[in-house]
Design a binder for this molecule. Structure first.
Ligand SMILES: [Zn+2]
Length: 234
């Protein structure tokens, strides 16, 4: 194989790795966002559970106040009933007492239901707190791993770029310019193998015989007739 093609393969391997690292570094902030999002979702779940509990507490207090007011009214009605001398008034007040007592019964039932709901709300809070704590641990670990990976890749990238500068100097400028253009055009496969069936490994199409012979002899740089990739024989 021609020495310059061999050198280009070396450069291409560096460039392919650089490309992979760039893609990975682009992905890391998105992965960090996703981890934070999961944490925010669980925090929102806890806030919602706490809010439901508070609403229930307010409702319980209101029912309790209502019940107290009705009871005071019953006491007043009973005093009025005791004091009245009129028979019809006495009966009317008696009916009112019964009506208010029914209201108190209804409010007591409501209060019991709210107390039951309060227990459920407390259980929901405990569950949401446990879930948030668990997610926090997982997310903390994930964030730490992502930061470490980011640092590692950045260091590796710096090393690769430095190596690439040195390796670039070992190839003729025109050929390097050709390669650089082809690396973009052929999506990372500027230098490609051609097999005995004359199939280019970059575009997977067959090259003409003269191109194949050129790649085989190595007398000049052989380029694929279809995609333009610099060819070497496997
Ligand atoms: Zn090709």
């Amino acid at each position: 194989m021609r020495e310059d093609v061999q050198q280009l393969i070396k450069i291409q391997e560096l460039d392919q790795r650089i490309q992979v690292i760039h893609k990975e570094l682009e992905r890391i902030p998105k992965e960090l966002d996703l981890a934070q999002e999961r944490l925010q979702n669980d925090a929102a779940g806890l806030a919602s559970a706490k809010s439901a509990y508070q609403q229930n507490e307010i409702a319980t207090k209101n029912v309790d106040l209502d019940r107290g007011t009705r009871k005071t009214t019953i006491e007043k009605l009973k005093v009025q009933q005791f004091e009245t001398k009129k028979n019809d008034e006495y009966e009317k007040l008696g009916r009112e007492v019964i009506r208010y007592e029914e209201m108190v019964d209804e409010l007591e039932t409501q209060e019991l239901e709210l107390m039951e709901k309060s227990d459920q709300c407390r259980e929901s809070i405990v569950a949401a707190e446990a879930l948030l704590a668990k997610t926090q641990t997982i997310v903390d670990e994930e964030i730490s791993v992502l930061h470490t990976r980011s640092d590692d890749r950045k260091n590796e990238l710096a090393d690769l770029q430095e190596t690439r500068i040195t390796e670039n100097t070992k190839v003729e400028e025109d050929l390097l310019a050709d390669y650089t253009r082809l690396f973009i055009k052929c999506e990372g496969h500027a230098v490609a193998a051609v097999n005995s069936e004359r199939i280019c490994s970059s575009c997977h199409l067959q090259v003409v015989n003269s191109t194949f012979i050129a790649a085989k002899s190595g007398e000049s740089i052989a380029e694929c007739d279809n995609c333009g990739a610099i060819l070497y024989l496997t």
